[in-house]
Ligand binder design. Structure first.
Ligand code: PFF
Length: 448
């Protein structure tokens, strides 16, 4: 068997994993959930859950992946000690692969929209009004072309492998993303109305903390850290045994939450700047506009009202969104591709194009039945499946995998781990606390 590729360095891994984590979930999802869930109260709950729940779950994925050095299905079968548990491993793995692929199917559609608005900010610069009009109007042809182009970019990167594809593009794109984000924040914060937005973002209203808020914050944390579906597991499988897993996991969690927080400093003030420029920011029911209308109506009308600099700000913003989407979408595609290329005779390139093609067809079906399927697929994958898979993976690590083998796998690369708090807490925590907390949040939200 050809030797398995690995990331060339710690930085390569951190860029790739942070690239997966940082996406539309951070720059769009987090700020808008915050704005519609009572501002800073949501932010605090989110941070609590990101570190106390999502980080331990992330560690579970990384440690399985690095130990088994395989895709999610093979890895879970590898650590399972008996026939029934191997069967369970296959079930969880296949469920994860399906969910990762379905997430890509809807994510590719949304990323396609980011690209059409990116295109429109260029056509605006040249005053090609008809082209801008077409690019910003919702229609099947526009949607499918944009999604198709985005899928081809995702496929091209994944077909080039770990170092030549994922690592190379994540290390190029992530610094660009951060630069654009900071430049945009500095600009928006100097505009009228920004202060009002900062207040909403940073002053908590604790009366807003209710079960539905906790479920939203949990779903958001799992989505943002790309958990449950095997993305982090497979990225962990390309990491050397010499690296300190708990530390790298903590860096990824911190970077992801940090960028979400920083993105809030852009989006929420921008909403109020738009209001200061005369755009209505409340829907008919009196709540703040949060969904697609925010990104595709409120912000563009803000950019339009900015005069000559507007199209450039719009360009920077939609490049930011496209980069964020691409470094995440490649990680989703890696989940089924790693399974197919490791478990069949197909080459990586063949597997990537074939699976990318199937996911393209799924996206096309969603576009054809948009009203029915779009939110259904999002809810099935992100609200329910990701946390549920998170529980199953914690159970796998805490209850099924042989404890000594788990602890040895955890220790590799961290010579002083046995003296740390992490060592004392995590194995028990992931066994009892994580699955129970996730389940309790679920049940709470169902019984209201
Ligand atoms: N973490 C990504 C975001 O915040 O946009 C979304 C994501 C990536 C979800 C990869 C799931 C996944 F496997």
């Amino acid at each position: 068997m050809a030797s398995r590729e690995q990331f060339s360095s710690k930085t390569g891994f951190v860029m790739a994993a942070a690239g997966s984590a940082i996406g539309l979930g951070n720059i769009w999802g987090f700020p808008t959930q915050t704005a519609s869930n009572g501002g800073a109260a949501f932010v605090m709950m989110y941070f609590l859950l990101a570190f106390c729940l999502a980080y331990p779950a992330l560690m579970a994925e990384l440690v399985i992946g690095r130990h088994a050095r395989a895709n999610i299905v093979t890895a879970l079968r590898h650590v399972a000690p008996s026939k029934p548990t191997r069967f369970l491993g296959t079930f969880i793995g296949v469920y994860g692969v399906i969910v990762a692929s379905l997430i890509l199917a809807f994510y590719g559609i949304v990323a396609g929209w980011m690209m059409t608005y990116l295109g429109a900010s260029i056509t605006d610069l040249f005053q090609w009004n008809e082209a801008s009009q077409w690019l910003t109007s919702f229609g099947f042809t526009r949607n499918i072309i944009a999604m198709g182009i985005f899928m081809v970019l995702t496929i091209a990167i994944i077909a080039s492998g770990i170092q030549g594809g994922i690592e190379r593009w994540s290390t190029r794109l992530m610094p660009m993303l951060m630069l654009i984000l900071v430049a945009l924040i500095l600009y928006v914060l100097t505009q009228d109305g920004a202060k009002e937005g900062l207040k909403v973002y940073l002053i908590p209203d604790f009366s807003q903390i209710k079960p539905s808020l906790i479920l939203d914050a949990m779903g958001q944390a799992f989505f943002s850290l790309s958990l449950g579906v095997g993305t982090m597991l497979v990225y962990g499988s390309y990491l050397s045994d010499k690296e300190d897993l708990p530390k790298l996991g903590a860096i990824v969690t911190l970077t992801d939450s940090g960028i979400a927080f920083i993105a809030g400093l852009l989006i929420i003030p921008a909403i109020y700047v738009a209001q200061a420029h005369g755009t209505s920011i409340f829907s008919e029911s009196g709540t703040l506009i949060a969904g697609p209308d925010l990104i595709f109506q409120v912000l563009p009308s803000l950019f339009n009202s900015m005069g000559g600099i507007g199209p450039y700000v719009a360009l920077a913003f939609f490049i930011l969104m496209t980069i964020a989407s691409l470094t995440s979408s490649i990680s989703m595609l890696e989940v089924p591709v790693s399974l197919a290329s490791e478990e069949t005779n197909a080459t990586r390139r063949q597997a990537t194009w074939l699976i990318g093609g199937v996911i393209f067809v799924c996206s096309a079906l969603i576009l054809l039945n948009f009203e029915l399927l779009f939110t259904l697929v999002i809810d099935f994958t992100t609200v329910y499946s990701q946390p549920l898979l998170g529980v199953l993976l914690c159970v796998f690590v805490g209850w099924i995998w042989h404890r000594n083998s788990l602890l040895n796998a955890l220790k590799a690369g961290s010579p002083h781990l046995e003296q740390s708090l992490f060592w004392k807490i995590w194995p028990v925590y992931v066994k009892f606390f994580c699955p129970l907390l996730i389940l309790a949040t679920f049940i709470q939200s169902i019984i209201g």
